[in-house]
Each structure stands twice: as C-alpha cells, then as structure tokens.
Design a protein around this ligand. Structure first.
Ligand code: ATP
Length: 213
C-alpha cells in the first residue's frame, strides 16, 4: 500500500473547529496515514493585530495535541523568506519520493482563488487536490477552474490512491460556518468565541492578549 499524506495549509489566525473537524474527516474519508497542518508564513505587515508566526504555530500545536493521525509541520515558518505552496510541495516530494500519494486540502474559498497562486498549474503534478465545502462562502468558480474540474475531478477516493498526484476530489464534510475572521471579530468586540475553537486555544488567546482592539 502506498503511503498517503494530506496537507492542510493555512494562516490559522487562529486555528478553529472548521479546520480541525475537516482535517479529521478528510483523514478518515481518504484513509490517510497522516494529515499535516502547515501554518503559512505571512508578510510581516499583516501580523498586526493578528497573531505572529510563533503564536499561530503554538495555537495549532495546542489544538492538535495528541490527536491520532494529525501532525503539525512548521516547514514554512522555518524558512527565512515566505514560500509558495508549490515550493513546499516540491520540497516534500523531494523528501518523500514519487510513490507517496500527496493530497493538498483546500476550502472552497481557497480553491476559487487558486489561479492567483504562484505556478498554480504545476500543483497537480505534485499532489492531488481535495476541495472542502465552505458554508460561509458563496463564491463562483472561475472559468479556468471549471475546465480543470471537468478534466481532473473524480468521485471515487479509491481512484486517487492509484496515482500519486493529478486528480481533484470534492468532499462533503460536516459543514461548519466558522472562520478565523469571525473569531478575531468576536474577541475584538469583547464577545466570546468559545465552542468555535478548542478551549486550549482560547485560553492561549486570552493569556497572550491576542485580537483585542
Ligand atoms: P480567515 O477568516 O482569516 O481568512 P480562515 O478561517 O479561512 O481564515 P485559513 O487559515 O485561511 O482560515 O484556512 C486554511 C484552510 O482551511 C483554507 O483552505 C480554508 O479554505 C480552509 N477552511 C477554513 N475554515 C474552514 C471551514 N470552516 N470549513 C472548511 N474549510 C475551512
């Protein structure tokens, strides 16, 4: 059996149950050996008033804890300059080899923005793409992605396991209309985001005084 690894990149500012529940369900539906949450580096000018890279990483680590099959990968934060997803996938391919089946997991909003990503047309030569529904976003898919979906999407997860990259699958998971933007807004206005994210992450936000006006 080929090893199967899922990759969920994000700003995670902060990580919340929309990310975590999706991670668990994708791992189960696609029978992944592991799913890695990869906090993205972000240009310094966007770090205020959100959390900095160390804080975002700490929150993801607190959230994942000992969850079986979920892992935190800080590879993008360890680099000296912000890196593109295609660079991360190339690095992982070089480390893991061509046999491993890689799945790049994206919410619907991120998928619709794909044509603006650096060297986006090469992503499918490095990984499969898993698209998650996002009930809080009502976006139309760009024409170029309609063509790509027509050419590359499959319904059966078993088809994806036969190739190490190249296909797109849209999964339905428990729809959770939770966003980091909403959580930051709640904290900023003095309201509680409890039960939208793990208690350990909320305690960290309070201790560090994050997202306050
Ligand atoms: P922000 O509101 O700050 O833009 P976010 O909540 O969208 O943040 P990100 O860290 O940007 O969180 O998301 C990382 C990935 O997880 C993206 O691919 C995004 O589409 C996906 N994602 C985020 N929230 C959800 C959710 N509730 N359901 C499904 N996918 C999600």
């Amino acid at each position: 059996m080929k090893r199967k690894i899922g990759l969920l990149g994000g700003t995670f500012d902060p990580v919340h149950f929309g990310h975590l529940r999706s991670a668990v369900e994708v791992r189960e539906q696609l029978q992944l050996d592991e799913l890695r949450l990869i906090p993205n580096a972000r240009p310094p000018h966007r770090e205020v008033p959100g959390a900095n890279a160390d804080q975002r990483l700490a929150m993801v680590q607190l959230a994942v804890g000992e969850s079986s099959g979920l892992r935190v990968d800080d590879c993008e934060l360890r680099r000296t300059k912000p890196s593109y997803t295609v660079d991360t996938l190339e690095k992982l391919r070089a480390e893991l080899g061509s046999e491993v089946v890689l799945f790049m997991v994206l919410g619907w909003d991120a998928f619709c923005g794909l044509p603006s990503w650096h060297r986006w047309e090469e992503l499918l030569s490095l990984a499969h793409i898993v698209v998650l529904q996002r009930p809080d976003y009502d976006l139309d898919v760009p024409e170029v992605l309609k063509d790509l979906l027509a050419a590359r999407s499959v319904d059966n997860p078993e088809r994806l396991a036969q190739a190490s990259c190249g296909y797109i699958i849209c999964l339905s998971q428990t729809p959770l209309a939770i966003s980091a933007t909403h959580i930051r807004g709640l904290v900023g206005s003095g309201a509680s985001p409890r039960f939208l994210l793990p208690d350990a992450v909320l305690d960290y936000i309070e201790t560090e005084g994050l997202y306050r006006p």
